[in-house]
Design a binder for this molecule. Structure first.
Ligand code: SAH
Length: 353
């Protein structure tokens, strides 16, 4: 596009730097480019821009849920989670680099939970996003755009400000694999986010787990396990019919981990369904020998979800069985449950307002 316009190639660099590095919201704001070049780009129909923040919901714990509108008026949700100090999820163990914001808020680091599709096709029975079905994939630009919109709104710039990304919002990233991976590369090369600060979560799209392992630049991998045997998993996650636990765990075992890297297994605990001591023991057997940790998430409830949140005692007992067997196991504290921003609560509609 740059060369077609009769411009030297370095103008392309400048465009790239303005769009991803400075996260400008329009062509006019790219003041490093000559006026006549900007005008000719506009004339040729080139448009740059960011998705619009349609609504913001702010939780008592500092979490912010963004409703983000794409160019075709479809919407997705993106979640901002400050951590440490005032941000609730911090454990206080990581010192330094504390940032004091203009608004007086303090936090050590923040995590953005990113969507990859409008809706989701996977149909996990405990997840609100599943009720939408899938509307469409996000483009790589839209995946990056939602992150840039949030960074701008929070007035934050990586790498000076410590920002982590989790691809755990609406959608199944591995069913939009090429756009997701392209977004990762744009984020690394353009926005300045390190892939070591990114984690992608999959419901278990096995062939893409193999592809992902072969990528030279890639986030860390989390797998949504959520059940300890095939009967149970098929009931909770119908995708298990296509790729069962044998196939899923084989892919996990063959996954080429980098030095000091661990796999994450997520396990949403549903009261009296998958949270018995026997289930915990089955999980231990399933993942035996893997360099992995387990994140336990007590169900975040929602309208139309037929499961209950287990009592704390059951969660602790489940954790105890895993840790006693040598599996590092963490209980994920829900973030922004009061504003429907927590895991499994993202739903692209205004009804949840
Ligand atoms: N589709 C991907 C990315 C979404 S991640 C995946 O399934 O991994 C969303 C995480 O939240 C998953 O680990 C899922 O198991 C969990 N989750 C879904 N619904 C939930 C709910 N209602 N309460 C708690 N966790 C939930």
């Amino acid at each position: 596009m740059v060369e077609e316009a009769g411009q030297p190639a370095y103008r392309g660099r400048q465009l790239f730097e303005a769009i991803y590095g400075q996260r400008v919201e329009s062509l006019e704001k790219i003041t490093t480019l000559p006026q006549d070049f900007r005008a000719s780009l506009t004339q040729r129909g080139s448009v740059i821009g960011l998705p619009a923040i349609e609504k913001k919901f702010v939780s008592a714990d500092g979490t912010v849920r963004y409703l983000i509108a794409l160019a075709d008026q479809q919407t997705v949700e993106t979640v901002w989670m400050p951590e440490g100090d005032d941000g609730e999820a911090g454990d206080g163990s990581e010192a330094g680099n504390q940032v004091e914001r203009a608004a007086g808020r303090k936090w050590d680091r923040a995590t953005i939970c990113v969507s990859s599709q409008v809706g989701c096709a996977v149909d996990c029975q405990f997840c609100l996003t599943a009720l939408l079905g899938v509307k469409r994939n996000l483009s790589a630009g839209e995946i990056v755009g939602q992150i840039c919109a949030v960074l701008n709104d929070q007035d934050v710039s990586p790498p000076q400000d410590r920002v982590n990304l989790v691809f755990m919002g609406m959608g199944e990233p591995f069913l939009n694999y090429d756009n997701f991976m392209k977004a990762v590369r744009l984020l690394v090369e353009g926005v300045g986010l390190a892939e070591s600060r990114m984690t992608v979560s999959t419901a278990g799209i096995v062939p893409r787990i193999y592809d992902f392992g072969a990528e030279s630049v890639r986030p860390k991998l989390a797998i949504s396990l959520n059940a300890s045997n095939d009967d149970l998993r098929t009931r909770l996650m119908p995708i298990n019919r296509k790729w069962d636990l044998d196939k899923l765990i084989a892919a996990a075992r063959e996954f080429p981990l980098r030095s000091r890297e661990r796999l994450t297994f997520e396990y949403v605990l549903l009261d009296q369904v998958n949270d018995a001591p026997q289930n915990a023991r089955e999980v231990v057997e399933l993942i035996r020998g893997l360099r992995a940790k387990v994140n336990l998430i007590a169900l975040n409830p929602g309208p139309g979800i037929a499961f209950q949140t287990p009592a704390e005692k059951r969660v602790l007992e489940f954790q105890n069985i895993l840790t006693s067997a040598g599996v590092p196991t963490f209980i994920r504290r829900p973030r922004g449950r009061d504003i429907f921003a927590a895991c499994g609560q993202l739903k692209r509609t205004l009804e949840t307002a």
